[in-house]
Design a protein around this ligand. Structure first.
Ligand SMILES: [Zn+2]
Length: 363
């Protein structure tokens, strides 16, 4: 049998902290497991997904309207930070929270909404139409994540709805302040029991940064309220790297333009900057063979004019001792290194060794 793993940190050592028999709605025994590493608490085993769906659909619900102070409390918490133009609420019930927001409002998994101004989708999260992808400034999920059979799927589905700079608001029962709570939080439908640290950790795993997280002061229903920002999407991070590659390519292009070999040429560089330049040299020059071993001295078999020295020794701090490349009388020396300190050292050494040579910095 496959070992049960923590859904937050993937650790497989779990402590059994409580076992309880339940009679309703199905006679069974559930165990509360806690991850030894991150502390996440969850129920095992769970029932079949269809069982929960049928059960929740059979529960009668009541429209508490917008006068519910609970919704107002949530709205106030969120609106201190953001003013969303498009809000999607998961498990929206009667739209009590959505009604407080202005802008475009969309309900997924609503109880029975037919409120003017709210677009509603009677489907489960994950079954919503594709045109809802990447449109939301804010996705709210109040008292739904703790019911999710797969918390990672749940957050992934939320991410699909969000704009790249969108926010997520998660509200779940808080296991940090339930001691004397009259609401029985150890309810079989709550698959997960979150603390601030486990919720934060889950959200971090999905690339969300906490904006504000707190435990509400409502003693009857202590809950965690967390607002998260989707600041760095995968595309953003890829963009930074692609921009950096563009910058490197640009500086290489400039270096190639500066390279106008005359007579015997010595390319004197260090590390990747030097190798990048050599790899970009035109066909004629790139026939030069070179090695990257100890001295990286390139000797052209066909008596090419190009010789490369990568003979920089690290000595004292910020001081690079350079050994004189033997057997050369270059007319030109090209310095192929971006680092200002190393380039300066090479320039100094080159001037002393070959006072008559023209010295050109490639970068
Ligand atoms: Zn864990």
């Amino acid at each position: 049998m496959e070992r049960i793993k923590c859904a937050v940190c993937n650790h497989d050592r779990l402590d059994e902290i409580y076992k309880r028999d339940i009679l309703y709605p199905k006679e069974s025994t559930v165990t509360y497991l806690q991850c030894e590493k991150c502390g996440y608490v969850f129920i095992s085993p769970t029932f079949e997904p269809e069982f929960y769906k049928e059960y929740y659909e059979s529960i009668p619900t009541k429209d508490t309207g917008t006068n519910d102070t609970h919704y107002q409390h949530t709205y106030d918490f969120i609106s201190r930070h953001i003013e969303p133009e498009i809000t999607i609420d998961i498990g929206a019930m009667y739209g009590g929270l959505l009604k407080l927001f202005s802008g475009h409002r969309i309900a997924i998994e609503p109880a029975d909404i037919d409120t003017k101004g709210i677009q509603y989708h009677h489907c489960m999260l994950g079954e919503q139409p594709s045109y809802l992808a990447n449109i939301a400034d804010l996705v709210t999920a109040c008292h739904t994540l703790e019911h999710a059979l797969d918390i990672n799927d749940f957050i992934n589905e939320i991410r699909k709805l969000l704009k790249s700079n969108g926010h997520v608001y998660i509200e779940v029962p808080s296991c940090e302040s339930i001691t004397e709570s009259v609401g029985n939080t150890l309810y079989w439908g709550h698959i997960s029991m979150f603390s601030r640290s486990t919720l934060n950790r889950l959200m971090w795993n999905h690339g969300f940064e906490p904006i504000e997280i707190k435990i509400s002061t409502n003693k009857d229903r202590p809950q965690l309220m967390g607002l998260y920002a989707n600041k760095q999407t995968r595309q953003d991070i890829q963009g930074y790297i692609i921009d950096h590659i563009g910058f490197i390519e640009q500086s290489l292009d400039k270096a190639l333009k500066r390279f106008k070999p005359k007579g015997e040429v010595l390319i004197w560089g260090f590390g990747q900057d030097c190798m990048d330049f050599l790899s970009k040299l035109p066909e004629k020059e790139s026939k030069v063979r070179y090695t990257t071993d100890k001295h990286t001295e390139i000797q052209d078999k066909n008596k090419s004019i190009i010789k490369v020295v990568d003979k920089v020794k690290t000595g004292k701090f910020r001081k690079f001792k350079i050994e004189k490349p033997e057997g050369h009388k270059p007319d030109q020396i090209y310095i192929a290194v971006k680092n200002f300190v190393i380039a300066k050292d090479i320039q100094k050494e080159a001037k002393e060794m070959y006072p008559n040579a023209e010295i050109i910095k490639l970068y």
